[in-house]
Design a binder for this molecule. Structure first.
Ligand SMILES: [Zn+2]
Length: 409
């Protein structure tokens, strides 16, 4: 396949991209067509790597379609309503909803997703089995990593410890955690310790929901980072949300961020959770971490579509240009230069969380995964939430949109 007149993010001139056997083989000006080669004229549109969503809940998606009657306004109420929804899960309905979400994400140019799947005594391994089935069915269009996630806590939810080990045996790729779900700080630490024990026995990455409230005394982030240092797990641990640090004093937060940097810790912020941070007085809780400070310190920060239409959050499209734009607003990135920071958060920073960064991106030798977006640059792509004209994975067209009209050179 040959893609003509592609505008790459870091290049001024338009280039041609040659793809053979599913990999980029040449990226230059004016590559000549070879016999029987498919040609796509990008017409000066921006061509990006495909997007990566590093934090999602494919077992929960679309459980709130149809406006189920509930008055969910706080995080605690959301967890309660999710318990009710979870009791209705079957392998088949989890698979069906997960498939729908994966296909929606792919239509927006995402070809890699890391998803948590609840493991607890309410749902046992039903969610995991459903998402594993969806993963298998979608393997040509999207790479899925599954996190075994103790949403209800481990020691607060009898049986979860054993179920986590079973989930790893059953095919989970990553071990998750939710230390704040434990009743005491002591048990939150025990929770983190067990997560490291499981991670080391299976040699897998760790991806936990950490300090996702505005509790100024929450300390699981620094404890997890310290355990990362002790276990020499540098670069393999990700904290989702890490919100509490935004409410802690600057001196303390700075020290924690220095430790995060030291252990090459990944942070994933999910700006749409501001919808569920609680009904509090003004100024309202935003529900994100110290995004700008972390970025300035060189900590790997990504952003994600945490949920789509479930008991926690009734909106969400799965479009990285959607939640990326919200992340830009919430962190007040409003210059052409800072658009690149947000763009990195939905592409290479997210890919680093999934440990695929060395093969990721539009470079000769890498897997040929790319999006052709109907915009002249990434700023316009975000502003318009521009259509994806083509999504290409492993050198094959998996999405084609013929009706794009916004950007015509
Ligand atoms: Zn989450």
């Amino acid at each position: 396949m040959l893609i003509k007149n592609a505008k790459l993010v870091d290049r001024k001139e338009e280039l041609d991209i040659l793809i053979k056997d599913g990999r980029f083989t040449s990226i230059e000006k004016n590559i000549d067509k070879e016999n029987e080669m498919d040609i796509i004229d990008a017409k000066g549109c921006i061509v990006t790597p495909t997007f990566v969503n590093p934090h999602m809940h494919l077992d929960k998606v679309y459980t709130a379609v149809g406006g189920r009657e509930s008055k969910v306004e706080t995080l605690e109420e959301s967890i309660e309503i999710m318990h009710d929804l979870k009791r209705e899960y079957t392998v088949e309905n989890v698979k069906r909803r997960a498939l729908r979400a994966i296909k929606d994400c792919v239509s927006f140019g995402t070809t890699k997703i890391r998803t948590s799947v609840d493991i607890d005594n309410i749902i046992d391994l039903i969610g995991l089995k459903g998402v594993l089935a969806a993963k298998e069915e979608c393997k040509e269009i999207c790479d899925i990593q599954i996190i075994a996630f103790p949403q209800e806590g481990i020691f607060t939810n009898k049986g979860t410890e054993e179920l986590l080990w079973e989930a790893m045996e059953a095919g989970a790729d990553v071990i998750g955690g939710m230390p704040a779900a434990e009743w005491t700080d002591e048990y939150s630490k025990k929770h983190v310790n067990l997560v490291f024990e499981i991670a080391k026995s299976y040699d897998v990455d760790i991806d936990m929901h950490i300090d996702q409230t505005k509790d100024i005394f929450a300390r699981s982030l620094e404890y997890t980072a310290m355990r990362t240092l002790e276990e020499n797990y540098h670069g393999r641990v990700t904290g989702g949300h890490c919100t509490s640090i935004s409410y802690q004093n600057d001196a303390h937060a700075k020290k924690v961020m220095e430790l995060l940097k030291l252990v090459d810790f990944n942070v994933c912020t999910n700006p749409q959770v501001l919808a569920i941070m609680g009904i509090d007085s003004e100024p309202r809780t935003r529900g994100v971490t110290r995004i700008r400070e972390m970025v300035e310190m060189g900590i790997n920060v990504a952003t994600a579509q945490d949920t789509i239409c479930d008991g926690f959050h009734i909106f969400g499209t799965g479009d990285p240009l959607d939640y990326g734009l919200l992340c830009a607003y919430i962190s007040q990135y409003n210059t052409p230069a800072s658009v690149k920071i947000i763009f990195n958060m939905i592409t290479k920073n997210a890919a680093k969380i999934l440990s695929v960064d060395d093969k990721y991106g539009i470079e000769v030798g890498n897997k040929a995964d790319l999006n052709i977006i109907d915009a002249p640059n990434i700023q316009e792509a975000f502003r318009l939430r521009a259509d994806r004209k083509y999504v290409i994975k492993n050198g094959k067209i998996i999405v084609e949109n013929k009706s794009t009209t916004k950007f015509n050179k």
